[in-house]
Design a protein around this ligand. Structure first.
Ligand SMILES: [Zn+2]
Length: 405
């Protein structure tokens, strides 16, 4: 028994070291062997053995040489080889899903779009997604890209490592998607909330190594935040910033509270404030432009009226920006982030709201905590969302529990 344990331990250590090396090359590469040894703390002979192992499995490849200051001569650069394997990434939103086959770096090889009615039942949606994945896996591309993992990102609450998915927008109540998909496709399946996978994309693209404390502010559906510490999601933060109270006797919210931030600062809030002022004969420029156009009130029409100098519209957008600024000031005072990444979407189409929000945050947040804070605006579309899912899946695959090595 003891001997088995020892053999098991040696194998486990080998796996840990291989993963450590692969992860270093994947995230920091291309690198020469001496640099990898220095960065992982492993001996040069271990590195040589591990690199040989990874080269045989096409997970890494050699590319050119550099003058290595570690060994004082030329050394071959080793890069991660993303095209050796494939990942299936599925992004599920309220009325659509995108199903993609990518390489390990998130380059999309094939993508299929699926649209469904908002009334479609949970098992029907999952059935449609399974069918699309099956069609995708039958394609030619797969032969060259043995699929090793799958990721599903869903708008909703994902509990217990993706074993249960709750989504109020999709009306899913505790679906066990992971087991279903793993038994059908026989590969590891990872489920995550899609604000988190978008945040992972943004973190990888826009964050510098010395940014340890980062907040991702997502304005796409309501107002949510994801907190990162040391380049990992801080799971202790739920992030329902949109449902923090900013107005004592504000309008009632579906969450049961009143005066929630996202009721005071959203496209819907702007439109309903405009509607109210229009009914009282205000927003003259907006009214005139609507009369000349199709007569409909839209967010684009509002922004157009703002650009034409409508003072009432300006005041409405300013108030929306000020509330957003209150939310940002609260983020700064609570989390002391070095960087705030804002996923803009429709609400920030007008730079005026963003500028007002930043100015308001500057007035309200602690002066010391404001120093050196970096704002970054991003606009995450479907390709970026898919890449975020792949980054998440690849990260999980390279962790111990679900290793591909
Ligand atoms: Zn609320």
């Amino acid at each position: 028994m003891k001997l088995v344990d020892e053999v098991g331990n040696v194998q486990l250590m080998q796996r840990i070291n291989r993963l450590k090396v692969l992860e270093t090359i994947r995230s920091k590469g291309p690198l020469a062997r001496p640099e990898i040894a220095r960065m992982t703390g492993l001996s040069p002979s271990s590195i040589t053995n591990i690199i040989t192992y990874l080269l045989e499995r096409d997970l890494v490849a050699g590319m050119g040489t550099i003058d290595s200051r570690d060994v004082g001569r030329k050394a071959t650069l080793i890069r991660f080889n993303p095209s050796a394997h494939g990942i299936v990434a599925v992004n599920v939103e309220i009325d659509k899903a995108n199903i993609a086959l990518t390489d390990l770096a998130g380059n999309i090889l094939v993508m299929r779009d699926l649209a469904f009615d908002r009334r479609t039942l949970d098992f029907e949606i999952l059935g449609l997604i399974k069918k699309e994945i099956t069609l995708l896996l039958e394609g030619d591309t797969v032969q060259r890209n043995g699929v090793i993992g799958m990721g599903l990102a869903v708008s909703g609450l994902v509990k217990d490592e993706g074993r249960f998915v709750f989504s109020s927008s999709l009306r899913w109540k505790g679906l066990s998607i992971k087991e279903q998909f793993e038994s059908l496709f026989r590969i590891p399946v990872f489920i995550q909330n899609n604000s988190k996978t978008k945040a992972i994309w943004a973190l990888n693209k826009h964050v510098e190594d010395n940014d340890r404390n980062v907040i991702f502010l997502d304005l796409t559906m309501g107002i949510g935040i994801i907190s990162f510490y040391d380049h990992r999601i801080n799971e202790a933060v739920i992030g329902e910033l949109g449902h923090t109270t900013v107005k004592k006797d504000g309008p009632p919210c579906f969450c049961g509270n009143r005066g929630c931030l996202e009721l005071m600062c959203s496209v819907d809030a702007v439109l309903s404030n405009c509607r109210e002022k229009l009914s009282r004969g205000r927003c003259a420029i907006l009214a005139a432009q609507m009369k000349d156009g199709d007569g409909k009130l839209s967010y684009d029409a509002v922004l157009h009226a703002y650009a034409s100098g409508d003072g009432d519209v300006r005041a409405i957008l300013k108030e929306c920006g000020e509330y957003l600024g209150m939310g940002i000031a609260n983020i700064i005072n609570l989390f002391n982030p070095q960087r705030i990444i804002i996923n803009g979407d429709v609400l920030l189409k007008s730079g005026f709201i963003e500028e007002t929000a930043k100015a308001e945050a500057g007035k309200r947040a602690n002066e010391e905590l404001m120093k050196g804070i970096k704002y970054q605006k991003v606009d995450i579309g479907i390709e970026e969302s898919i890449q975020g899912i792949v980054l998440y899946v690849a990260g999980r695959m390279f962790e111990l529990s679900d290793s591909i090595l």
